[in-house]
Design a protein around this ligand. Structure first.
Ligand SMILES: Nc1ncnc2c1ncn2[C@@H]1O[C@H](COP(=O)(O)OP(=O)(O)O)[C@@H](O)[C@H]1O
Ligand SMILES: [Mg+2]
Length: 289
């Protein structure tokens, strides 16, 4: 399977180098151009996002950070094809995004597993939907098991969601998304509901998996340490309404990254301070609504 995946990526990379002169330095594998969105509400139209522009390279790990309610999930949902931008749009791999697709798997905060299926069967459902014509039964089985083992869930894969912890459910959600072999992995505060220790374990797993698979990842977080530890770039959003991208911070820390070693790293702490200053000095916390 990974051979097929590699081939697709290489084929794309060749095409892109030919098409875009700037491709070498900043291939806009995924591009949001002039994205704005207006929701119709009882009180009238509400402009949540305005003029969002973002270029993401193939294999980049991007975090989106910003205060609650600023529009992070809305950006992710537009990339997922779940919301349609009022103006502007999204191009992925030279194709306009206008509906949800298996090339963009979403991991939600609340793991959204079907409770009447085992962990294995939850992953199987997604795999069957996508690979039914391309894999036989044995291939599907080993592909499902492989993805569950990536998130260290192979030992509990035949348990039901109610029989495993929140962290384990979240692992299954990630395995299910990875098993779809998405071009882009979209994660909306995937570790937000977990305790600190479980969160750290899962962050490490996601970093390991991404190092191996080289997926393009967009992750929403409001955890500054998580953003710095995991990302190649942190996209910092201004407060809404009409939220947009305030600043983009490139995180130039070599990988693999070790949280304990980085805790005393000067650059790590500078990045951290930079994000904190953006959030708490340059952007006022909006009133709850
Ligand atoms: N379907 C919708 N209808 C109306 N308003 C919405 C809708 N979805 C989101 N919003 C509003 O858009 C803003 C951004 O929401 P959201 O993207 O969920 O923020 P975040 O994920 O950053 O917390 C909020 O003010 C929210 O109330
Ligand atoms: Mg949100």
């Amino acid at each position: 399977m990974s051979k097929v995946f590699m081939f697709k990526r290489n084929e794309f990379e060749v095409a892109e180098t030919m098409i875009q002169s700037e491709a070498k330095n900043n291939p806009a594998f995924l591009e949001l151009s002039d994205v704005s969105i207006e929701f119709q509400t009882k009180k009238g139209p509400f402009k949540a996002l305005d003029n969002v522009n973002l270029k993401i390279g193939n294999g980049e790990f991007i975090s989106i950070i910003g205060h609650s309610g600023c529009g992070k999930s809305t950006v992710l949902n537009i990339v997922a094809g779940l919301h349609k931008a009022t103006t502007g749009g999204v191009i992925l791999n030279n194709k306009e995004v206008d509906e949800p697709g298996p090339d963009r798997a979403v991991v939600f905060q609340n793991h959204s597993l079907l409770p009447w299926l085992t962990c294995y069967q939850n992953v199987e459902l997604a795999v069957k939907a996508i690979f039914k014509k391309r894999m036989n039964k044995a291939e599907m089985k080993s592909w499902i098991e492989h993805n569950l083992s990536l998130v260290h869930m192979d030992h509990a894969m035949h348990k039901y969601p109610a029989e495993v912890s929140g962290g384990m459910k979240q692992r299954v959600g990630i395995a299910r998304a990875l098993a779809m072999q998405p071009t882009v992995l979209l994660m909306d505060e995937p570790f937000g509901a977990l305790d600190a220790l479980t969160r750290a374990h899962l962050q490490d797993s996601v970093m390991e998996i991404q190092a191996e698979l080289k997926n393009t990842v967009i992750m929403i977080t409001h955890d500054v340490d998580e953003a710095v530890l995991l990302s190649d770039k942190i996209v910092m959003m201004t407060n809404g309404p009409a939220a947009t991208i305030g600043e983009i911070l490139a995180i130039d820390l070599e990988r693999p990254r070790d949280r304990i070693r980085l805790a005393n790293d000067k650059r790590y702490n500078e990045y951290r301070t930079e994000v904190l200053k953006f959030l708490y000095e340059r952007q006022h916390r909006p009133s709850e609504h």
